[in-house]
Ligand binder design. Structure first.
Ligand SMILES: *[C@@H]1O[C@H](CO)[C@@H](O)[C@H](O)[C@H]1NC(C)=O
Ligand SMILES: *[C@@H]1O[C@H](CO)[C@@H](O)[C@H](O)[C@H]1NC(C)=O
Ligand SMILES: *[C@@H]1O[C@H](CO)[C@@H](O)[C@H](O)[C@H]1NC(C)=O
Length: 846
């Protein structure tokens, strides 16, 4: 069914996207016309009957197209260059945790106060210093015990549903704020004196915010009037876009209820077009114009005129200006992303026309199997245009949509309060546009095939080259904030910052681009994330490679610093990341670390990736002369091998990123004279795994030499190879490293793997390489094991044949899993783990 649905939707969307709108003049129902009709008006049966063979081929073609679509993969966002886990030392985030369930955020005009609506509370926070958040005032705003009890009697949970969750917090006038809360499933509103931060008045407020704290809503105050989009009933099934607190004696206006203007919408955000005196509401809803597809979601923008007062006889106190249009977020030849998650309004640069206002929308797809999302950008001008063009008409009898054959210039216009009854009758049933609003650049849609983004904020910034760039902040469902810079040739994910650990339903972000701070509201409180922390890049190379328009390298002070805090010329190359050109003579000299090892000791040399995008390469003389099998490169970049006369020498780990190579660390591996102290029983002997003679011997040797070394360097013996070498490594690097290298390692110690999947993958790789260490990468053993395996498989096949024969003769035999079967599985599983998986990031140069 869902494939079928996507098939039809695809065909509709492809038609929408690629064919010109139908001519407004009425044309005879040619077969082509019939196709149009069929799609637009839910396969009108007349059409189908008249042209059944044609519509069949029309359905067939898209299924082929769908296949092609599913096979071709879109260009997706690259992984974040650097990653910071929550509370990392390099990217510390101040957290205000005195409130729970931060449901609304509002910044004061001067950016120094952050107003927060939360569970049973309203707070004002002093955010004038970006490095901390201080509580100014807190107002308790909670339902009384009896009100909570009533809520419980209605079948709601006292803890989960019945607190007061503040869902609207908006400036009302110069002195007061307006708030609306779910208030024990009985919405209430409040007027707050912003100065003293006290509630001056509170009332019941049906229709201004939802009863259900888990339902989304949006609201905007304009000139002291409140425009809201929310469900307005206890059950949460009656959507309502309305104006409240109307001024100058004009009536409050709601939407017409004689037709269904909205179909199970999820409101996401709203925006004001001050020039056109219109408000736009963004949401997803069921696309009833495609009634042949069950519950098909469509992203939409709806408009209403700010000064609409309703009609004279028809549409009294109802919107005469309500209209809605589909928002199409679709890369060429891909399935559309049809569910809107969030929409951010980016104001035009100063001095530009308001029509340059951009809307950044985060979309997901109804059909996604994994985390996946897209960002589409729409221009205000395109939204305006769509509402002036042709509309579809809703047939009240058949409940179906058909394209309007005649264009009515008044549809979608403001100022219809004196319009005639016939005009308003037409308005009542023609509120869906024929065309969709299309993204500014369909070929530049930002798609992530790994992240499900749920919130977006955007800022413009001027880079050192004088060009304007847009930076997006995308909050993923899993709690990571991705900072993405958009280039003409694709996007670059500068960093990811973890802002919460528990997945949550309610979260908010608000960006103060003037202060350079993004505030995130979560269940745990409010966090402030500085838009950039340039000092985390400690070398010129790293500063350039970050490609962050907000950061540049100061040649005089030799620091990576914020562009707007600095008046000197900073080195930056956001599009080219050419380090050689911008960091002349800045290459870091690496002093080799002396590394003493004992004969036959398992050695691990560490090399920390400076960024997730860097490729690490180990070079050394032993690697050149010996075969690669003597060395194991872990996914974390470290190199492991067994100390021998052949493997001592100098080792260098080099990182390559964007064509720039930098030696990260160098080691001088030297042999200690092997002391002898016999211990008669070794753990290696007890290990059941070690069947091969040579391995046992080596383990024994290792066992004997270890305790005689520096005892501080070693923990207990046995499988703690990793710990021991790690410890040793660290001891040495702190003792003997030059300061620069230590800093460098510190700076990268917080870089986390990109995704949890990757962590798992890396862990497996590590496990594999640990196993490999145990077999000491001895080729001979590989051969033995392979032979054993081959023998095993032969035996199994023979056994299987035998059993199959037996089964054939005794048909009634019980179905048992024989021990051979399970051993077969095991041996099959062990095959891939023995062949060391190729690590994409690390390679050995001969
Ligand atoms: C702002 O609104 C409040 C509440 O309606 C009202 O009491 C107050 O007088 C208004 N202030 C101004 C300056 O209009
Ligand atoms: C509608 O009519 C009223 C009175 O007849 C007039 O004052 C008002 O300006 C008219 N509105 C428009 C948009 O024409
Ligand atoms: C409030 O936060 C808690 C966790 O602290 C969460 O379980 C709950 O779902 C949240 N409620 C709402 C309405 O978001």
């Amino acid at each position: 069914m869902s494939l079928n649905a996507s098939c039809i939707y695809l065909m509709v969307m492809l038609r929408d996207a690629f064919s010109p709108p139908p001519p407004p003049s009425s044309s005879p129902l040619t077969s082509d016309r019939c196709k149009e009709e069929a799609v637009a008006s839910s396969f009108s049966t007349e059409c189908q009957r008249r042209n059944s063979s044609q519509s069949l081929s029309f359905i067939m073609a898209p299924s082929v197209a769908l296949l092609l679509v599913l096979l071709s993969s879109a260009g997706s966002l690259p992984p974040p260059r650097t990653s910071f886990l929550l509370n990392s030392a390099d990217r510390p985030l101040p957290l205000f945790s005195d409130v729970q369930n931060t449901t609304t955020l509002l910044l004061s005009d001067d950016g120094s106060t952050l107003y927060v609506g939360a569970r049973n509370a309203l707070v004002s926070l002093d955010v004038s210093r970006s490095e901390d958040i201080k509580l100014k005032r807190k107002v308790d705003w909670r339902p009384s015990d009896s009100e909570t009890e009533i809520c419980q009697h209605k079948g709601k949970n006292a803890e989960v549903d019945c607190p007061n969750f503040v869902r609207v917090l908006q400036p009302l006038n110069s002195t007061h704020l307006y708030a609306c809360g779910s208030y024990a499933y009985s919405p209430h509103d409040a007027y707050i004196d912003a100065e003293s931060f006290s509630v001056v008045q509170q009332d019941g407020a049906k229709g201004r915010c939802p009863f259900n704290p888990f339902q989304r809503n949006t609201a905007l105050t304009v000139d002291g009037e409140l425009f809201t989009a929310t469900t307005s009933d206890f059950k949460g099934v009656e959507p309502q876009i309305s104006r409240h607190l109307s001024r100058d004696g004009r009536p409050d206006v709601v939407q017409d209820s004689s037709v269904s203007l909205l179909e199970e919408p999820t409101f996401v955000s709203s925006s004001l077009d001050p020039l056109d005196r219109k408000l736009y509401f963004f949401f997803s809803e069921v696309g009833k114009e495609f009634s042949f597809v069950d519950k098909l979601q469509i992203a939409r923008v709806a408009q209403i005129c700010k000064d609409d007062i309703g009609g004279k006889r028809i549409l009294q106190k109802k919107w005469t200006s309500f209209a809605k249009a589909p928002l199409l977020c679709q890369s060429p030849k891909q399935l559309p992303f049809n569910v809107l998650q969030d929409m951010f309004t980016l104001q035009p640069p100063e001095g530009s026309d308001a029509s340059e206002t951009l809307f950044y929308g985060v979309f997901t797809s109804q059909w996604s199997l994994g985390p996946e999302s897209a960002v589409c950008v729409f221009k205000l001008q395109d939204v305006r245009t769509v509402f002036t063009q042709s509309y579809r008409t809703f047939d009240m009898q058949t409940h179906q949509w058909s394209p309007q054959l005649e264009k009515h210039s008044y549809l979608g216009k403001c100022g219809l309060e004196n319009a005639s009854d016939s005009v308003l009758q037409e308005v009542k049933k023609s509120f869906l546009t024929s065309d969709s609003v299309k993204p500014v650049r369909a070929d530049q849609i930002v798609v992530s095939s790994e992240q499900r983004y749920s919130r977006v904020a955007a800022m413009r910034t001027q880079a050192a080259n004088g060009k304007q760039y847009t930076i997006l902040f995308l909050l993923s469902e899993s709690g990571f904030l991705h900072k993405v810079v958009l280039f003409e040739r694709g996007a670059h994910v500068i960093e990811e910052i973890q802002v919460f650990t528990q997945p949550q339903l309610v979260k908010n972000i608000i960006l103060s681009s003037s202060k350079g701070v993004l505030y995130v509201g979560t269940s745990e409180g409010v966090t402030a994330v500085p838009v950039a922390k340039c000092s985390i890049y400690r070398t010129c190379g790293q500063c350039i490679l970050a490609r962050d328009p907000l950061c540049g390298w100061s040649q005089t002070r030799r620091v990576c610093t914020s562009l707007d805090a600095s008046h000197e010329n900073l080195a930056q190359d956001v599009e080219g990341s050419n380090v050689e050109e911008h960091c002349p003579g800045q290459t870091k000299r690496i002093r080799n670390t002396e590394f003493f090892v004992h004969l036959n000791e398992a050695v691990k040399l560490r090399c920390l990736q400076p960024s997730n995008l860097a490729n690490l390469t180990w070079t050394s003389n032993p690697i050149k002369t010996l075969s690669e099998e003597f060395f194991i490169q872990s996914a974390d970049g470290s190199l492991r091998f067994l100390a021998s006369a052949d493997t001592v020498g100098t080792y260098h780990c080099e990182a390559e990123e964007d064509g720039y190579k930098e030696v990260i660390v160098g080691y001088n591996v030297r042999l200690n004279a092997p002391p002898r102290s016999m211990s008669p029983i070794t753990k290696a002997e007890q290990k059941p795994n070690n069947k091969d003679e040579s391995v046992e011997e080596i383990s024994l040797e290792e066992e004997m030499t270890k305790p005689s070394g520096n005892p501080e360097d070693y923990t207990t013996k046995d499988e703690s190879d990793e710990v021991t070498t790690n410890l040793k490594d660290e001891t040495i690097s702190t003792k003997e490293d030059s300061g620069s290298e230590k800093n460098f390692q510190d700076s990268s110690s917080d870089f986390a793997p990109t995704s949890r999947k990757e962590t798992q993958f890396r862990k497996e790789l590590l496990d594999n390489s640990q196993k490999m260490t145990k077999v000491k990468s001895y080729y001979s053993e590989m051969v033995v094991v392979s032979l054993l395996l081959a023998a095993c498989i032969c035996a199994l096949i023979l056994g299987g044949l035998h059993m199959w024969r037996q089964r054939k003769t005794h048909l009634k035999m019980n179905p048992v899993v024989s021990p051979q079967d399970s051993s077969k599985n095991q041996s099959m599983e062990s095959v891939p783990s023995l062949s060391s998986p190729e690590d994409p990031e690390v390679k050995v140069v001969e």
